[in-house]
Design a protein around this ligand. Structure first.
Ligand code: NAG
Ligand code: NAG
Ligand code: NAG
Ligand code: NAG
Length: 534
């Protein structure tokens, strides 16, 4: 009952938008979960902090030490406060907080929105204010709020129940003397279903209430049979949600599992390079004192950390995808363009990438810097050749335009349905009709999303995506009329100005427009980064 009263009061108060004031750039640090799960203790954290300081990780920016589940006692005190497990933390969490602070770290903590944590410890439902005050008193400035064991509130849907609780927490956290960074796990409880409407709906309100979206699965915890496929699964979930990321609010595809024995060094480096390209949190879950030289080298790569911490906070999106390659791109604060290329295939391979696919002018010159080696590799124009990328390896380049007029970027890349993960495809069998197909045909699946509202296939730039109002969606000569003018919204809808209808994926690869429904599977699309949101 107590929680109901609190929630009603909170619902009446307007909440502030995520802003760079609480979290300017994605957090970097350590969390015990993927590596140690409930086997955490004081020694683990002090030794981890010591090793982070001596190995250069702290100096590279990894300044957060976050506890995950299982740090507390099984019951609250009589006055309702939480206690730490005194066997695991003999000197207590305030002591640990001071120890870390002296070394230059921040302490973060885990709690759960429901009646119990996922590990069965006391949850925060009905105790939000007490727990927030406790965390502040302990010197904690970062809360990961999980979403296990959340009972649906009377008269509310599941989505509304989570919204009530997370916005209540936001209200409390933002009123602490030093507002805590709020990592929200709510969307993870709605992902991966055969109807993604609820997942998208939770993402819609998340940025109003916190700084981080823990949006999907836990990444490979120690002992998982196939950690690479777990990393790739979280990577695909992240791709689905790029439109939600904004300065001060970051999508979180979970921890860097950089000492996982079943991963090759190329796979570990790839996870880091992809997460940096996303401007995602860089939170390592590994036994830091035992990290190898190669792992420390990539984790402290300054050029890639700079990409992660870039002022624009853009999440790189797919410029193209085929059965071997994922090509990602985004803009950087300096006016440079990032190129990240992942070889998903089981063998080393080489490729060539037209700069136009990255939204760049094909007549401009760009200075290229290889961000793994730090080498400047000369000027490139037209096409960029990439040689010998190992299986599951990732290469990353920074392209600097040689003159200011070459800084212009047209948002360019895949237009992908984020439920089916199929791609809008030009041409194909039916002439001018567009269709949806597996993302394996870069020559007909790369689109420019222009500021005049037109959408043009890169291969045929004089033709525009057209909704004539009767019959299939086509590409037709650009006339600048409303039927060729599309707008993109945070909902993922791509709405035609002329018909007022939404791009819709049907069965059999059909693409039509239909009356816009609310964030329904067939109408939610991922567009290239930079495509203007209405
Ligand atoms: C602390 O935790 C680590 C990691 O699980 C474990 O190896 C170590 O034995 C524990 N130490 C104590 C004193 O419990
Ligand atoms: C609640 O009890 C604990 C231990 O019994 C004590 O440390 C704490 O100060 C108390 N808190 C309040 C708000 O009274
Ligand atoms: C998907 O879920 C939403 C929200 O729960 C619901 O309104 C909609 O009817 C569902 N769609 C289908 C096709 O079941
Ligand atoms: C396209 O539609 C938008 C939204 O109504 C409008 O602001 C814009 O001016 C249109 N663009 C053109 C080129 O007509």
């Amino acid at each position: 009952m107590r929680s109901q009263t609190l929630l009603t009061a909170a619902a009446a108060i307007a909440v502030a938008k995520a802003s760079k004031e609480v979290l300017a750039t994605p957090p970097m640090g350590f969390n015990n979960w993927a590596r140690f799960m409930c086997n955490l203790n004081e020694t683990l954290f002090t030794q981890t902090a010591d090793a982070m300081a001596s190995s250069g990780l702290l100096a590279a920016g990894y300044d957060r030490i976050n506890l995950d589940d299982c740090w507390m006692q099984m019951s609250r005190t009589d006055n309702g406060t939480l206690l730490w497990d005194t066997e695991k933390f003999p000197q207590g969490l305030p002591w640990l907080g001071r120890y870390l602070k002296e070394k230059g770290f921040h302490l973060g903590i885990y709690q759960d929105a429901g009646t119990q944590t996922c590990g069965g410890y006391p949850g925060s439902l009905g105790f939000e204010q007490i727990d927030a005050d406790t965390f502040t008193n302990w010197g904690i400035d970062y809360l990961k709020l999980d979403g296990c064991n959340v009972p649906t509130a009377p008269g509310r849907t599941d989505v509304e129940t989570y919204k009530d609780i997370y916005s209540h927490w936001h209200e409390i956290l933002s009123k602490q003397a030093n507002p805590l960074i709020f990592s929200e796990s709510a969307p993870a409880y709605f992902c991966g279903t055969d109807n993604l409407t609820d997942w998208y709906t939770v993402m819609d309100w998340l940025a109003d209430n916190g700084e981080l979206a823990r949006h999907s699965y836990d990444v490979a915890t120690w002992g998982d049979a196939n950690p690479w496929s777990s990393i790739m699964s979280n990577y695909d979930q992240q791709i689905r949600l790029a439109r939600y990321q904004s300065p001060g609010f970051f999508n979180d595809p979970d921890f860097l599992v950089s000492d996982y024995p079943e991963l090759t060094i190329d796979e570990k480096r790839s996870q880091f390079a992809l997460w940096a390209s996303f401007s995602a949190p860089l939170i390592i879950s590994a036994h830091i004192p035992d990290l190898g030289k190669d792992e420390l080298a990539f984790l402290t790569n300054k050029d890639l950390i700079d990409v992660d911490q870039d002022a624009l906070s853009q999440q790189a999106t797919l410029a193209s995808r085929d059965s071997t390659w994922d090509v990602l791109t985004k803009s950087l604060g300096s006016g440079d363009r990032l190129l990240t290329v992942l070889n998903r295939s089981p063998a080393a391979a080489s490729t060539s990438i037209p700069l136009a696919q990255l939204g760049l002018s094909s007549t401009c010159n760009f200075a290229v810097k290889d961000l793994w080696t730090g080498d400047a590799t000369g000027l490139v124009s037209g096409e960029f050749k990439i040689k010998n990328v190992p299986s599951h390896g990732t290469v990353v380049y920074r392209l600097t335009p040689s003159k200011n007029s070459c800084k212009t970027v047209i948002p360019t890349g895949l237009i992908m349905n984020t439920f089916s993960m199929t791609c809008l495809t030009a041409g194909a069998a039916k002439g001018s009709e567009v269709s949806s197909a597996s993302c394996n045909f870069p020559s007909s699946q790369v689109w420019q999303v222009k500021s005049d509202g037109s959408i043009r296939n890169l291969a045929e730039q004089s033709k525009c995506l057209t909704d004539s109002g009767n019959g299939p969606i086509t590409i037709a000569p650009c006339k600048g009329n409303p039927n060729q003018n599309w707008s993109y919204a945070l909902s993922g809808d791509l709405t035609n100005e002329g018909t007022g209808k939404c791009l819709t994926e049907g069965g059999n690869g059909q693409i039509t427009t239909e009356t816009c429904k609310f964030e329904t599977n067939s109408q939610v699309y991922a567009l290239p980064i930079g495509a203007k949101l209405q």
